[in-house]
Design a protein around this ligand. Structure first.
Ligand code: NAD
Ligand code: GLY
Length: 340
C-alpha cells in the first residue's frame, strides 16, 4: 500500500519527508509552467536543503500537453539530468502532470522512484493515488500508460488556495463520485466548506486505497471508480480534450443516473438527489453532445473486453455496482439516459 500523507505544509517539508523514506541522490521535478511558477521554488529549496541534487522541467499546462511529444521531452530531460535508477522523479501538479510524469518514471530506465505531490483537488482525491499513469493519443484518452505505484504521495491541501475556482469545481466531480459509489455520509456533506477540505480529501483517499488494494490492475472492483467515466470519456474525446475531465464525469454520472432511473434500477428521488448534488457543486448535468455522437466516441473505450463493456450502474446513493453488458445493452442504457 502506498505511503500517502495529508497535511498542510507538506510541500515545504517534502525534502526531509523524502529523506525519511530513504530517498536520496538526484530529484527531477516535473511540473507544468503554472504550478512551477507558484510552488517550484519552495519545492526546490526543500529538496536542496535535504541534500538532493535538484533539476526541474516544466511544460505548458493543460490536457493538450499529455502527449507523446511532452513525454519525449521529459525523457530527454531525465537523460540530460543524468537520472539513474537510484534517483527520484517528483511530479508537482495536477492530474496531467501526475499522469505523464508518472509514466515517464515508470518507463525511464524501466522504472525510477516516483513521488507524487498533487496540487489540484482532483489529483489529491484521485489521480495521485492508485498508480495509474498515462498519456493521450489522438485516437483516445489515456491509451498508453502503466500501473506504477509512487513511493510517496504528499498531499498539501494548502496548495488548493491558489486553484482557480473552475478547476476546484472540476475536482468536485470525483468527490461526488466517491459519495455516490459507497459513502452516503460524504455525499451529504457536499459541497464542502474549506475547513472540511482535509477530512474530505482523507476520506476520498481512504476509499480509493481500499478499492485499489483489492484490485490494483483494474480487472474487477476498481472499475467502480469509473462511475460516470464511460460516457464522460466519450464526451472528452468529442471535445478534442478541451472539456475538463471533471465536467465530463459529472455529465456522465448524470446520464447514468437517468439511465438507471429510466430502467427502474434507481428510484426517481435518488436520481434527483444525485443530479441536484452535481448542480449544487457547480457542475453540468446535461450532456454536451448528442447521443449518437457519444455512442460513436465510445467505440474505442479501453474498458471494452470480449465484445462487451463493464458499466458502473447505481441503485441508490452510496450503492453503485458493476455489470458486464453487451454493446447492444450499453447502447440501450445510453439511449435511456437521454430519454428521461
Ligand atoms: P490539470 O493537471 O490540467 O490541472 C488543471 C489546471 O490547474 C492546470 O492549468 C494547472 O496548471 C492548474 N493548477 C494545478 N494546481 C494548481 C494550483 N495549486 N494553483 C493554481 N493552479 C493550479 O487537471 P486535473 O483536473 O488536475 O487533472 C486532470 C487529468 O487527470 C486528466 O488528464 C485525467 O485523465 C487525469 N486523471 C487521472 C487519474 C488517474 O487515476 N491517474 C484519475 C483521474 C483523472
Ligand atoms: N480514476 C480511476 C482509477 O484510478 O481507477
Amino acid at each position: 500500500m502506498n505511503d500517502i500523507r495529508i497535511a498542510r505544509g507538506l510541500l515545504k517539508a517534502a525534502g526531509e519527508t523524502m529523506r525519511e523514506k530513504c530517498l536520496k541522490g538526484k530529484a527531477a521535478i516535473i511540473s507544468d509552467e503554472t504550478v512551477y511558477a507558484l510552488y517550484g521554488c519552495a519545492l526546490r529549496d526543500s529538496l536542496a536543503q535535504a541534500g538532493f541534487d535538484v533539476s526541474a522541467h516544466a511544460f505548458p499546462p493543460g490536457e493538450a500537453s499529455k502527449t507523446m511529444a511532452t513525454y519525449g521531452d521529459i525523457l530527454r530531460f531525465l537523460s540530460g539530468s543524468g537520472i539513474t535508477r537510484s534517483d527520484t522523479v517528483v511530479a508537482l501538479g495536477g492530474g496531467v502532470v501526475g499522469d505523464i510524469a508518472g509514466f515517464a518514471a515508470a518507463t525511464w530506465l524501466r522504472g525510477v522512484k516516483l513521488v507524487q505531490i498533487p496540487t489540484t483537488l482532483l489529483a489529491m482525491v484521485d489521480s495521485s493515488v492508485g498508480g495509474k499513469t498515462a498519456i493521450d493519443l489522438p485516437e483516445g484518452k489515456n491509451l498508453v500508460g502503466a500501473f506504477y505505484q509512487p513511493h510517496l504521495v504528499l498531499i498539501d491541501p494548502g496548495t488548493l488556495q491558489t486553484l482557480p475556482p473552475s478547476v476546484r469545481t472540476d475536482g468536485m466531480a470525483e468527490v461526488i463520485k466517491y459519495g455516490a459509489l459507497c459513502d452516503k455520509e460524504l455525499f451529504d456533506q457536499l459541497p464542502f466548506e474549506e475547513t472540511a477540505a482535509d477530512s474530505v480529501i482523507a476520506r476520498c483517499v481512504a476509499i480509493k486505497q481500499d478499492i485499489v488494494g483489492q484490485d490494483e490492475r483494474d480487472f474487477g472492483v476498481r472499475q467502480l471508480l469509473n462511475f460516470g467515466h464511460t460516457f464522460g470519456h466519450a464526451m472528452e474525446k468529442l471535445s478534442g480534450y478541451t472539456l475538463p475531465h471533471g465536467q465530463a464525469v459529472a455529465m456522465g454520472m448524470a446520464l447514468m443516473a437517468r439511465a438507471c432511473a429510466k430502467e427502474g434500477l434507481l428510484d426517481d428521488e435518488a436520481c434527483r438527489q444525485l443530479i441536484d448534488k452535481i448542480a449544487a457543486c457547480g457542475l453540468p448535468t446535461q450532456p454536451a453532445y448528442p447521443e449518437e455522437a457519444v455512442w460513436q466516441a465510445m467505440g474505442q473505450d479501453k474498458k471494452r473486453m470480449d465484445g462487451g463493456i463493464t458499466l458502473v450502474l447505481i441503485k441508490g446513493i452510496g450503492q453503485c455496482y458493476l455489470e458486464k453488458v453487451s454493446m447492444d445493452r450499453a447502447r440501450d442504457m445510453l439511449r435511456a439516459g437521454y430519454s428521461l
